[in-house]
Design a protein around this ligand. Structure first.
Ligand SMILES: *[C@@H]1O[C@H](CO)[C@@H](O)[C@H](O)[C@H]1NC(C)=O
Ligand SMILES: *[C@@H]1O[C@H](CO)[C@@H](O)[C@H](O)[C@H]1NC(C)=O
Ligand SMILES: *[C@@H]1O[C@H](CO)[C@@H](O)[C@H](O)[C@H]1NC(C)=O
Ligand SMILES: *[C@@H]1O[C@H](CO)[C@@H](O)[C@H](O)[C@H]1NC(C)=O
Ligand SMILES: *[C@@H]1O[C@H](CO)[C@@H](O)[C@H](O)[C@H]1NC(C)=O
Ligand SMILES: *[C@@H]1O[C@H](CO)[C@@H](O)[C@H](O)[C@H]1NC(C)=O
Ligand SMILES: *[C@@H]1O[C@H](CO)[C@@H](O)[C@H](O)[C@H]1NC(C)=O
Ligand SMILES: *[C@@H]1O[C@H](CO)[C@@H](O)[C@H](O)[C@H]1NC(C)=O
Length: 420
């Protein structure tokens, strides 16, 4: 049984004033510490034209022999390729009008156990389509498209990558599918303007990377495509995700701390359509702090703001600030939960100093704030958060400062400067 109660809590005005001052001070540090500006395409070392066949070797050799600081440009029509690795200091530039398609042959991505393209209990049998590992100052640029082809029948199989992902639901196990782009243990990585579509698994993921700029990119997959997460910083520091459009079948952004802490992350001026919202979690065991999410429109995602952990994951989540959020039609505009999927263990999650400022939700929704215990509540401040009358508020062990501004109608637009 859930120990929920409905709240319409109105608190004294002085709390709201305190909150404003606090939020202003805290967001100075709670973001990417670098001064990030719009990236510029690097100069090219080679310009490649597609042969129409398998161009893996052509592209990989060009990347391997490209001078540091420069980019291999793909400049004509459609390239087909197996997995590629972008070396340190080198970038890939996919020109406007060009598509780089991942050949849907599981054997090409297999990590050795011959499990890629099958179901098992682990789901870690494939390498990514594009890997950046232990690199410094590498990137992916250009207004072209990288297509994971997860909607196309796999070579030697009778199904697509996405159909395999759906089979894992009924089989109660995991699909072995490649991520589209995986960055590991790198420094100063840029992903600029490119469109990343139809990823077989997480679309754009970075582990243990310090200095990561994701600017002006588009991520697209149908809302039914399972586990296609948009942009996932995992154990990363100094990250900026700005001016991006993300619409797919899972978290639009998911900040995690599976391999190390994630800190100093800015999520600015983005438009998210289908998906599961701006998420923190659930793998947050190493802790997440200093996250600043501002000027974000969510139009179609299941959740707006979602912070999730449980006693199995643990993790301290602190100094998370949201400012200027427009949520069109989320089921859960705000969802802060310390008992995510009721998974239990012996770790203690903590959600402290979360502030939500200037948020408007245009449709009725369910607002859920579930802490762990009276001595370990979710600590959140609300300032100028407008919600529609008829919304449901479920609160359990929630330490809320400020209040929801419940209105008959919040209109059909947020009217915040800079966001639609
Ligand atoms: C984050 O950026 C700041 C400012 O450039 C820098 O001093 C700091 O070392 C960076 N942190 C990491 C972990 O790279
Ligand atoms: C960022 O810019 C501000 C203002 O110009 C400057 O004070 C600060 O030192 C810069 N930080 C870094 C890490 O370059
Ligand atoms: C896969 O998706 C692409 C674009 O998203 C589309 O052009 C193509 O027709 C689709 N292919 C199949 C087999 O559905
Ligand atoms: C492929 O799948 C279809 C329908 O899912 C089925 O009718 C067909 O027999 C299958 N073919 C093979 C070779 O397994
Ligand atoms: C990247 O890091 C993850 C997490 O530590 C690890 O599981 C994966 O094997 C690494 N991949 C490569 C190519 O190093
Ligand atoms: C929101 O999504 C709906 C349905 O896709 C669309 O009609 C509308 O134009 C979108 N509005 C904005 C501001 O993105
Ligand atoms: C709950 O909020 C009050 C202020 O309203 C604060 O004094 C107290 O320390 C908070 N408790 C916890 C456990 O965060
Ligand atoms: C949010 O948008 C406004 C209006 O375009 C802009 O002035 C402000 O700098 C943006 N905030 C951030 C943090 O980018």
């Amino acid at each position: 049984m859930l120990l929920t109660r409905f709240v319409t809590n109105i608190r004294p005005h002085k709390f709201v004033v305190t909150v404003v001052v606090f939020a202003f001070i805290s967001c100075g540090a709670a973001r990417d510490l670098r001064n990030v500006t719009e990236p510029k395409n690097p100069e090219t070392c080679t310009i490649l034209k597609a042969t129409g066949g398998d161009d893996t070797k052509l592209i990989q050799e060009a990347l391997d022999s490209c001078a540091k600081g420069k980019a291999v440009a793909l400049s004509s029509e459609t390239f087909y390729s197996g997995p590629l690795t972008i070396p340190s200091g080198v970038s890939l530039l996919v020109d406007q009008g060009v598509t780089l398609k991942a050949i849907p042959d599981p054997l090409l991505y297999d990590l050795g156990a011959k499990t890629c393209g099958t179901l098992d209990d682990f789901g870690v049998g494939c390498k990514a389509f594009i890997t950046i590992n232990g690199a410094k100052s590498s990137g992916i640029y250009g207004k072209g498209t990288i297509d994971g082809q997860a909607n196309v029948t796999m070579t030697g199989k009778n199904k697509t990558w996405w159909e395999l992902s759906n089979e894992a639901v009924t089989a109660h196990n995991y699909q072995n599918n490649p991520m589209l782009v995986q960055i590991n243990d790198s420094v100063d990585i840029t992903v600029y303007q490119v469109s990343l579509i139809n990823s077989p698994f997480y679309t754009l993921t970075a582990y243990g990377t310090n200095g990561w700029t994701v600017w002006g990119i588009t991520i697209l997959a149908p809302p039914t495509a399972r586990n296609t997460d948009g942009i996932d910083p995992i154990g990363c520091q100094n990250v900026t995700i700005a001016h991006c459009y993300v619409s797919m079948g899972d978290d639009n952004v998911a900040i995690k701390a599976l391999t190390g802490p994630s800190r100093h992350i800015s999520v600015l001026n983005n438009h998210f359509d289908e998906g599961r919202g701006v998420s923190i979690g659930s793998e947050v065991n190493h802790g997440i702090s200093d996250v600043y999410v501002a000027n974000v429109t969510l139009n179609g995602s299941v959740n707006g703001i979602h912070i999730k952990s449980n006693t199995y994951r643990g993790g301290h989540i602190r100094d998370i600030t949201y400012d200027n959020l427009c949520v069109y039609r989320a089921q859960h505009p705000i969802y802060l939960e310390m008992d995510y999927v009721h998974l239990h263990g012996n770790r203690t999650p903590e959600f402290r100093r979360i502030s939500i400022n200037n948020m408007k939700a245009l449709k009725k929704g369910e607002y859920i704030i579930y802490g762990l215990s009276a001595s370990n509540p979710v600590e959140v401040t609300l300032n100028n958060v407008h919600v529609v009358k008829g919304s449901v508020f479920l609160e359990r062990f929630a330490n809320i400062t400020g209040k929801f501004e419940v209105e008959d109608s919040t209109g059909n637009k947020c009217g915040y400067a800079g966001i639609d």
